[in-house]
Design a protein around this ligand. Structure first.
Ligand SMILES: Cc1cc2nc3c(=O)[nH]c(=O)nc-3n(C[C@H](O)[C@H](O)[C@H](O)COP(=O)(O)O)c2cc1C
Length: 159
């Protein structure tokens, strides 16, 4: 099924320069993103998949689950529901749950969709996890998107 992308214009406060864009499958990263946005007086933006992840999709024990299939293929790019207007922002926090040590492929979809407008902006990855650190995800993002200006990542597991 082909799902059309709907580009929604964002309502942006005049002086807002920081965006917190995040994907969250079960709400943990969403809560961390909301705290971060409040802390930095930033605009909050949820990166929503065109097709929501069900509990079955997220079953990492099942090698045939949607998340397992996506994470096993580095070229997978799950579709996103709406485009993000990143033009007004200098600094963008990019948040996600750690999946198999790195970011879910939907983060690649979002980065791919927004390149080359992301060039020159400061990008700060942040994540929540069961126990993993963010270092592997940071290294992966730097290697996959070497022309982007990545800053040190934040693991926001603690409230
Ligand atoms: C498919 C899948 C893979 C995961 N892989 C890891 C992992 O490699 N390391 C880890 O510490 N947690 C892992 N987790 C746990 C999530 O990172 C953690 O529960 C996260 O806080 C969920 O965030 P969310 O509620 O925003 O989706 C995984 C969860 C899922 C669903």
């Amino acid at each position: 099924m082909v799902l059309a992308l709907v580009c929604a214009a964002m309502m942006t406060p005049m002086n807002a320069k920081t965006l917190v864009a995040y994907f969250s499958a079960t709400g943990t990263t969403k809560a961390a993103a909301a705290r971060l946005a409040k802390q930095h007086n930033a605009v909050l933006w949820e990166i929503e998949p065109a097709e929501k992840y069900t509990a079955e999709d997220l079953d990492w024990r099942n090698s045939k689950s949607r998340s397992s299939i996506e994470m096993n293929d580095p070229e997978e790019r799950p579709m996103i529901k709406r485009c993000t207007n990143i033009t007004p922002y200098d600094t963008i926090y990019v948040g996600f749950p750690i999946w198999w040590g790195i970011c879910p492929r939907i983060i690649n979809s979002w980065l791919d969709n927004n390149e080359p407008q992301l060039e020159g902006k400061t990008l700060i990855p942040f994540a929540t996890s069961g126990s993993s650190g963010i270092e592997e995800a940071e290294a992966y993002l730097k290697k996959t998107y070497p022309s982007l200006k990545w800053r040190k990542g934040l693991l926001l597991n603690k409230q």
